[in-house]
Ligand binder design. Structure first.
Ligand code: HSE
Length: 298
Protein backbone atom coordinates (compact mmCIF):
# COMPACT_ATOMS: atom_id res chain seq x y z
CA UNK A 1 0.00 0.00 0.00
CA UNK A 2 1.30 3.45 -0.96
CA UNK A 3 -0.10 6.93 -0.42
CA UNK A 4 1.05 10.23 -1.89
CA UNK A 5 0.20 13.50 -0.17
CA UNK A 6 0.57 17.26 -0.66
CA UNK A 7 2.04 19.11 2.34
CA UNK A 8 1.13 22.80 2.12
CA UNK A 9 3.22 25.81 3.05
CA UNK A 10 1.86 28.05 5.80
CA UNK A 11 2.14 31.59 7.13
CA UNK A 12 2.56 31.73 10.91
CA UNK A 13 1.98 34.60 13.35
CA UNK A 14 -0.06 36.84 11.01
CA UNK A 15 1.40 39.86 12.82
CA UNK A 16 -0.78 39.95 15.93
CA UNK A 17 -0.76 36.20 16.72
CA UNK A 18 2.84 35.27 17.50
CA UNK A 19 3.11 31.48 17.98
CA UNK A 20 -0.69 31.07 17.90
CA UNK A 21 -2.15 32.16 14.52
CA UNK A 22 -1.44 30.62 11.13
CA UNK A 23 -2.92 30.05 7.71
CA UNK A 24 -2.56 27.43 5.02
CA UNK A 25 -1.36 28.28 1.49
CA UNK A 26 -3.35 26.17 -0.90
CA UNK A 27 -1.02 25.82 -3.90
CA UNK A 28 2.53 25.84 -2.51
CA UNK A 29 3.90 22.74 -0.85
CA UNK A 30 5.94 19.54 -0.75
CA UNK A 31 5.03 15.99 -1.68
CA UNK A 32 5.52 12.92 0.46
CA UNK A 33 5.01 9.25 -0.29
CA UNK A 34 4.39 6.61 2.38
CA UNK A 35 4.60 2.82 2.13
CA UNK A 36 4.08 0.07 4.65
CA UNK A 37 7.15 -2.11 5.14
CA UNK A 38 7.89 -5.35 6.93
CA UNK A 39 10.84 -3.71 8.70
CA UNK A 40 9.48 -2.13 11.87
CA UNK A 41 10.03 1.55 12.62
CA UNK A 42 10.46 4.43 10.20
CA UNK A 43 12.85 4.57 7.25
CA UNK A 44 13.45 7.57 5.01
CA UNK A 45 14.13 6.07 1.60
CA UNK A 46 14.34 9.11 -0.70
CA UNK A 47 14.74 12.88 -0.36
CA UNK A 48 14.70 15.28 -3.30
CA UNK A 49 14.81 19.10 -3.41
CA UNK A 50 16.82 19.59 -0.22
CA UNK A 51 19.89 18.33 1.54
CA UNK A 52 18.28 16.76 4.61
CA UNK A 53 19.44 13.93 6.88
CA UNK A 54 18.22 10.38 6.18
CA UNK A 55 18.81 9.51 9.82
CA UNK A 56 15.31 9.31 11.27
CA UNK A 57 16.11 10.89 14.64
CA UNK A 58 17.73 13.89 12.93
CA UNK A 59 15.00 14.40 10.34
CA UNK A 60 11.92 16.52 11.16
CA UNK A 61 9.61 14.11 9.31
CA UNK A 62 11.32 11.09 10.84
CA UNK A 63 10.99 12.36 14.41
CA UNK A 64 7.31 13.27 13.97
CA UNK A 65 6.50 9.97 12.21
CA UNK A 66 8.26 7.95 14.88
CA UNK A 67 6.52 9.85 17.71
CA UNK A 68 3.17 8.78 16.27
CA UNK A 69 4.15 5.26 15.20
CA UNK A 70 5.48 4.47 18.69
CA UNK A 71 2.20 5.55 20.28
CA UNK A 72 -0.19 3.41 18.24
CA UNK A 73 -0.07 -0.41 18.34
CA UNK A 74 0.90 -1.82 14.92
CA UNK A 75 2.80 -4.69 13.30
CA UNK A 76 4.50 -2.96 10.37
CA UNK A 77 7.02 -0.25 9.61
CA UNK A 78 6.80 2.77 7.34
CA UNK A 79 8.99 4.02 4.48
CA UNK A 80 8.88 7.72 3.66
CA UNK A 81 9.90 9.66 0.55
CA UNK A 82 10.22 13.44 0.95
CA UNK A 83 10.09 15.70 -2.10
CA UNK A 84 10.78 19.25 -0.93
CA UNK A 85 9.51 22.24 -2.87
CA UNK A 86 9.41 24.69 0.06
CA UNK A 87 12.89 26.04 0.77
CA UNK A 88 14.34 25.64 4.24
CA UNK A 89 14.55 28.89 6.20
CA UNK A 90 12.05 30.65 3.92
CA UNK A 91 9.50 31.52 6.61
CA UNK A 92 6.61 29.65 5.04
CA UNK A 93 6.74 26.52 7.16
CA UNK A 94 9.17 24.23 5.34
CA UNK A 95 9.96 22.05 8.36
CA UNK A 96 6.33 22.13 9.49
CA UNK A 97 5.15 20.81 6.12
CA UNK A 98 7.47 17.82 6.60
CA UNK A 99 6.40 17.26 10.21
CA UNK A 100 2.69 17.64 9.53
CA UNK A 101 2.92 15.57 6.34
CA UNK A 102 4.71 12.80 8.23
CA UNK A 103 2.07 12.41 10.91
CA UNK A 104 -0.75 12.71 8.39
CA UNK A 105 0.75 9.96 6.21
CA UNK A 106 1.54 7.63 9.11
CA UNK A 107 -1.96 8.10 10.52
CA UNK A 108 -3.49 7.18 7.15
CA UNK A 109 -1.46 3.94 6.97
CA UNK A 110 -2.43 3.13 10.55
CA UNK A 111 -6.12 3.37 9.58
CA UNK A 112 -6.71 6.92 10.89
CA UNK A 113 -6.77 6.26 14.65
CA UNK A 114 -6.25 9.97 15.39
CA UNK A 115 -8.15 13.08 14.33
CA UNK A 116 -6.30 15.85 12.49
CA UNK A 117 -6.50 17.93 15.65
CA UNK A 118 -4.81 15.20 17.67
CA UNK A 119 -2.05 14.93 15.05
CA UNK A 120 -0.94 18.52 15.72
CA UNK A 121 0.72 17.47 18.98
CA UNK A 122 2.85 14.81 17.23
CA UNK A 123 3.78 17.15 14.37
CA UNK A 124 5.07 19.66 16.94
CA UNK A 125 7.67 17.10 18.09
CA UNK A 126 9.21 17.13 14.61
CA UNK A 127 8.93 20.91 14.26
CA UNK A 128 10.81 21.32 17.55
CA UNK A 129 14.02 19.73 16.25
CA UNK A 130 14.14 22.27 13.41
CA UNK A 131 13.34 25.43 15.34
CA UNK A 132 14.45 24.60 18.88
CA UNK A 133 10.99 25.20 20.31
CA UNK A 134 7.62 23.48 20.13
CA UNK A 135 5.07 25.72 18.47
CA UNK A 136 2.02 24.75 16.44
CA UNK A 137 1.22 27.86 14.45
CA UNK A 138 2.55 26.30 11.21
CA UNK A 139 1.73 22.61 11.74
CA UNK A 140 -1.87 23.35 12.80
CA UNK A 141 -2.95 25.17 9.61
CA UNK A 142 -0.95 22.65 7.55
CA UNK A 143 -3.04 19.82 9.02
CA UNK A 144 -6.40 21.58 9.37
CA UNK A 145 -6.35 24.02 6.42
CA UNK A 146 -7.47 27.66 6.40
CA UNK A 147 -6.80 29.77 9.49
CA UNK A 148 -6.09 28.23 12.88
CA UNK A 149 -5.64 29.58 16.39
CA UNK A 150 -3.70 27.82 19.13
CA UNK A 151 -5.90 28.81 22.09
CA UNK A 152 -3.51 27.13 24.50
CA UNK A 153 -0.41 24.92 24.58
CA UNK A 154 -0.88 23.17 27.91
CA UNK A 155 -2.93 21.24 27.07
CA UNK A 156 -2.82 21.85 23.33
CA UNK A 157 -6.08 23.42 22.15
CA UNK A 158 -6.25 24.23 18.43
CA UNK A 159 -9.28 25.96 16.92
CA UNK A 160 -10.11 26.28 13.24
CA UNK A 161 -11.07 29.85 12.33
CA UNK A 162 -13.37 30.89 9.48
CA UNK A 163 -11.84 32.11 6.19
CA UNK A 164 -13.68 34.79 4.19
CA UNK A 165 -14.22 33.56 0.64
CA UNK A 166 -12.26 36.26 -1.21
CA UNK A 167 -9.09 36.27 0.86
CA UNK A 168 -5.75 35.82 -0.96
CA UNK A 169 -2.22 35.73 0.40
CA UNK A 170 0.80 37.10 -1.45
CA UNK A 171 4.26 35.98 -0.32
CA UNK A 172 7.57 37.50 -1.41
CA UNK A 173 10.49 35.28 -0.50
CA UNK A 174 13.90 37.01 -0.55
CA UNK A 175 16.62 34.42 -1.10
CA UNK A 176 18.37 34.85 2.22
CA UNK A 177 18.05 32.33 5.00
CA UNK A 178 16.76 33.30 8.45
CA UNK A 179 16.94 30.50 10.98
CA UNK A 180 13.92 30.38 13.27
CA UNK A 181 16.19 29.93 16.30
CA UNK A 182 18.06 33.15 15.37
CA UNK A 183 14.82 35.04 14.75
CA UNK A 184 13.59 33.95 18.19
CA UNK A 185 16.86 34.98 19.82
CA UNK A 186 16.36 38.66 18.86
CA UNK A 187 13.06 38.87 20.77
CA UNK A 188 12.78 40.44 24.22
CA UNK A 189 11.77 37.95 26.95
CA UNK A 190 9.29 40.43 28.46
CA UNK A 191 6.98 42.92 26.79
CA UNK A 192 5.56 46.25 27.99
CA UNK A 193 2.01 45.93 29.36
CA UNK A 194 0.80 48.63 26.95
CA UNK A 195 2.07 46.62 23.95
CA UNK A 196 0.42 43.44 25.22
CA UNK A 197 -2.91 45.31 25.31
CA UNK A 198 -2.43 46.61 21.75
CA UNK A 199 -1.50 43.16 20.45
CA UNK A 200 -4.45 41.47 22.21
CA UNK A 201 -6.85 44.04 20.79
CA UNK A 202 -5.55 43.39 17.28
CA UNK A 203 -5.77 39.61 17.69
CA UNK A 204 -9.39 39.90 18.83
CA UNK A 205 -10.07 42.20 15.87
CA UNK A 206 -8.49 39.77 13.40
CA UNK A 207 -10.53 36.81 14.67
CA UNK A 208 -13.74 38.87 14.70
CA UNK A 209 -12.99 40.12 11.17
CA UNK A 210 -12.40 36.59 9.88
CA UNK A 211 -15.65 35.31 11.36
CA UNK A 212 -17.75 38.23 10.11
CA UNK A 213 -16.12 38.64 6.65
CA UNK A 214 -15.14 42.16 7.64
CA UNK A 215 -12.12 42.79 5.42
CA UNK A 216 -11.59 46.32 6.76
CA UNK A 217 -11.40 45.01 10.30
CA UNK A 218 -8.98 42.26 9.22
CA UNK A 219 -6.78 44.96 7.68
CA UNK A 220 -6.92 47.25 10.74
CA UNK A 221 -5.95 44.33 12.94
CA UNK A 222 -2.90 43.12 11.00
CA UNK A 223 -0.39 44.91 13.21
CA UNK A 224 2.49 43.66 15.31
CA UNK A 225 4.00 45.71 18.12
CA UNK A 226 5.73 42.79 19.86
CA UNK A 227 7.84 40.98 17.25
CA UNK A 228 8.15 42.89 13.97
CA UNK A 229 10.10 45.84 15.47
CA UNK A 230 12.90 43.41 16.46
CA UNK A 231 12.79 40.96 13.58
CA UNK A 232 12.51 43.33 10.66
CA UNK A 233 16.20 44.16 10.98
CA UNK A 234 16.92 40.61 9.79
CA UNK A 235 15.05 41.24 6.52
CA UNK A 236 16.69 43.79 4.19
CA UNK A 237 14.20 46.31 2.72
CA UNK A 238 11.28 44.89 4.76
CA UNK A 239 9.68 48.31 5.33
CA UNK A 240 9.86 49.20 1.62
CA UNK A 241 8.02 46.02 0.60
CA UNK A 242 5.44 46.38 3.35
CA UNK A 243 4.71 49.98 2.34
CA UNK A 244 4.48 48.96 -1.35
CA UNK A 245 1.98 46.22 -0.47
CA UNK A 246 -0.23 48.50 1.60
CA UNK A 247 -0.09 51.41 -0.86
CA UNK A 248 -1.19 49.08 -3.65
CA UNK A 249 -4.27 48.00 -1.70
CA UNK A 250 -3.30 45.06 0.55
CA UNK A 251 -5.36 44.75 3.72
CA UNK A 252 -2.15 44.38 5.68
CA UNK A 253 1.37 42.97 5.41
CA UNK A 254 4.09 41.67 7.67
CA UNK A 255 6.75 39.05 8.32
CA UNK A 256 5.71 35.51 7.42
CA UNK A 257 6.61 33.28 10.37
CA UNK A 258 10.20 33.89 11.40
CA UNK A 259 10.99 35.46 7.98
CA UNK A 260 12.55 36.30 5.64
CA UNK A 261 9.35 35.92 3.59
CA UNK A 262 7.05 38.93 3.63
CA UNK A 263 3.31 38.33 3.30
CA UNK A 264 0.32 40.47 2.40
CA UNK A 265 -3.37 39.62 2.66
CA UNK A 266 -5.68 40.94 -0.04
CA UNK A 267 -9.36 40.91 -0.93
CA UNK A 268 -9.79 39.27 -4.35
CA UNK A 269 -7.44 37.67 -6.84
CA UNK A 270 -7.04 40.69 -9.11
CA UNK A 271 -5.95 42.90 -6.26
CA UNK A 272 -3.60 40.16 -5.03
CA UNK A 273 -1.92 40.22 -8.46
CA UNK A 274 -1.55 44.03 -8.28
CA UNK A 275 -0.09 43.79 -4.79
CA UNK A 276 2.32 41.05 -5.88
CA UNK A 277 3.49 43.28 -8.73
CA UNK A 278 4.08 46.22 -6.39
CA UNK A 279 5.99 44.05 -3.92
CA UNK A 280 8.13 42.62 -6.73
CA UNK A 281 8.83 46.08 -8.18
CA UNK A 282 9.92 47.24 -4.77
CA UNK A 283 12.26 44.28 -4.24
CA UNK A 284 13.61 44.39 -7.79
CA UNK A 285 15.45 47.57 -6.76
CA UNK A 286 17.57 45.49 -4.40
CA UNK A 287 20.21 43.03 -5.60
CA UNK A 288 18.69 40.17 -3.60
CA UNK A 289 17.00 37.49 -5.73
CA UNK A 290 13.50 36.51 -4.68
CA UNK A 291 10.44 34.60 -5.73
CA UNK A 292 6.81 35.11 -4.92
CA UNK A 293 3.56 33.21 -4.59
CA UNK A 294 -0.12 34.03 -4.66
CA UNK A 295 -2.50 31.65 -2.96
CA UNK A 296 -6.15 31.61 -2.05
CA UNK A 297 -6.78 31.05 1.64
CA UNK A 298 -9.44 28.47 2.33
N1 HSE B 1 5.88 31.35 15.52
C1 HSE B 1 7.14 30.94 15.02
C2 HSE B 1 8.11 32.10 15.11
C3 HSE B 1 6.99 30.52 13.59
O1 HSE B 1 7.76 33.18 14.64
O2 HSE B 1 9.19 31.95 15.67
C4 HSE B 1 8.28 30.11 12.93
O3 HSE B 1 8.47 28.75 12.97
Amino acid sequence: MEIKIFCPATIANLNCGFDIMGLCLENIGDEMIFRKSVTKGVQITKITGANLPYEVTKNVAGVAALALLNTVENNFGIEIEIHKKIRAGSGIGSSSASAAGAVFGVNELLGKPLSRNQLVDFAMKGEAIASGSEHADNVAPCLLGGFTLVRGYNPLDVIKIASPSELYAVVLHPHIEVKTADARAVLEPTVPFKNAITQTGNLGGLIAGLFTNDYELIGRSLNDVLVEPFRKQLIPYFDDVKIAAIQSGALGAGISGAGPSIFALCKGENLAKEVAKAMQNSYSRTNIPFDFYISKVN
